[in-house]
Design a protein. Structure first.
Length: 251
């Protein structure tokens, strides 16, 4: 199996630069397997200082948490994918449910952002996931399919090499409630089947699909142990170095 095991942290709007450097250094210096890719999704302000302070040998990669859908222009306060690529940030997180909700990012806009990010040479951690009412109605798989269809199904197999999918049920994000390993596996398997149908075997087998939603040191092993779960996108627990290192080592 060629797909990567990934432990990705999403720091959201947390930590000052000095706190972030301390956190990243603690994560970087901990013992862990070489097999797992560690990605830290950090605030824009932290990217340059972290690049300076974290040794390349620590194999920690950085992700931005968002980018604009255009390369440049009169968009006060925005950061473009070109700017991130010029800083050699390898990843950007797109489609997080918090941005879908608070910044009104819909599938159409996310599709533009995805195109711009890929065209700039960034890899994308693309988030999808249903709200509680959709889960209760039993429509969760078709809902996630509609999110992926709108944003990634039109990509080429070549472009899919630069996509990591993060399934994050909204009802489990920051709530302390986690999808059961069986619920995670059901959705991940369904997503992999969608990839198989859309892109063929190679893409389906090689695309990492992460689970996100209250992953903690105490539940990571069981969730990551599911056959179609290739790691996690971790919010709250990624802000505690000891806990996040345990999650990194849970594969
Ligand atoms: C997230 O923000 O992507 C997330 C999964 O958060 P948490 O782990 O805190 O639920």
């Amino acid at each position: 199996m060629a797909r990567k095991q990934i432990a990705a942290g999403n720091w959201k709007m947390n930590t000052t630069i000095s706190e972030g450097v301390e956190l990243a250094q603690a994560i970087a210096s901990a013992q862990r397997s070489d097999q797992t890719l560690t990605i830290l999704g950090v605030p824009f302000t932290h990217i340059y200082p972290l690049q300076k302070k974290i040794k390349a040998s620590s194999k920690i990669l950085l992700a931005a948490q968002n980018c604009h859908h255009l390369k440049s222009g009169a968009y006060t306060g925005e950061i473009s994918p070109t700017m991130l690529a010029a800083m050699k940030v390898p990843y950007v997180i797109l489609g997080h449910s918090e941005r879908r909700e608070y910044n009104h990012e819909d599938n159409a806009l996310l599709s533009l952002k995805l195109r711009a990010a890929l065209d700039s040479g960034l890899k994308v951690i693309f988030c999808c996931g249903e709200a509680l009412d959709i889960r209760k109605s039993g429509e969760h798989i078709s809902y996630v399919k509609s999110q992926l269809a709108a944003s990634i199904f039109h990509l080429s197999a070549q472009e899919m090499k630069n996509i990591v999918i993060a399934y994050e049920p909204i009802w489990a994000i920051g709530t302390g409630e986690t999808a059961s390993p069986a619920q995670a596996q059901e959705m991940h398997e369904a997503i992999r089947k969608m990839l198989l149908k859309q892109f063929g075997k190679r893409v389906a087998e090689n695309t990492s699909i992460l689970y996100g939603g209250s992953v903690k040191a105490s539940n990571a092993k069981e969730i990551f142990g599911q056959p179609d779960v290739d790691g996690g996108l971790v919010g709250g627990a990624s802000l505690n170095a000891a806990e996040f290192v345990q999650i990194i080592n849970a594969f």
